[in-house]
Design a binder for this molecule. Structure first.
Ligand code: FES
Ligand code: FES
Length: 176
């Protein structure tokens, strides 16, 4: 009888590889930070989980609710959809960085004065989005405002007062 030798499959290493890390520099709310981060980390997770800036909220984690809106080099983005390692050298502003010391950003102040929130979960994203909209300077009409804020969902339905705040800010910008 012929002997058949069956070679055993190569043993799989049980050692876990450390996730690849990349070094990046970000200017976050005015302060330069050197960060080592796994290359699949979203900007949102970097802010919340690594830097403990939890003002930026995670709603859907899929680019559908706007709760994670931040300003990247002055432009609003959904931070859940962008990898941190793609933005080496960028300037990031989160809701924590909008105020000037004890003085709230005018849009933050207006949200309070107009009572433009209920549970507040969407509010940091709404405010960052409104600031981004003002930077863009594209909103000329009420419909533009509604359209350009449509990426920010409010489950509490506080849209009427959110719209008032943004309209007031746009009108102020126009008159400057
Ligand atoms: S958490 Fe980013 S869009 Fe919803
Ligand atoms: S205030 Fe509750 S989700 Fe907008």
């Amino acid at each position: 009888m012929e002997n058949v030798s069956v070679s055993s499959a190569p043993k799989q290493s049980t050692r876990k590889e450390a996730p690849p890390q990349e070094k990046i520099t970000l200017i976050i709310n005015g302060s330069e930070q050197q960060i080592e981060v796994a290359n699949w980390t979203s900007l949102l997770d970097l802010l919340r989980e690594h830097l403990h800036l939890t003002g930026t909220k995670k709603g859907c984690d899929h680019g559908q609710c706007g709760a994670c809106t931040i300003l990247l080099d002055g432009k609003r983005i959904n931070s859940c959809l962008s990898l941190a390692v793609m933005h080496d050298g960028a300037e990031i502003t989160t809701i924590e960085g909008l105020a000037n010391g004890d003085e709230l950003h005018p849009v933050q102040q207006a949200f309070i004065e107009q009572d433009a929130f209920q549970c507040g979960y969407c509010t940091p994203g709404q405010i960052c989005s409104a600031v981004g909209l003002l930077n863009e300077g594209k909103a000329k009409t009420d419909d533009d405002i509604r359209d350009l804020m449509s990426g920010n969902i409010c489950r509490c339905g506080a849209y009427t007062n959110i719209f008032k705040v943004v309209k007031e800010a746009v009108d102020k910008n126009k008159s400057r």
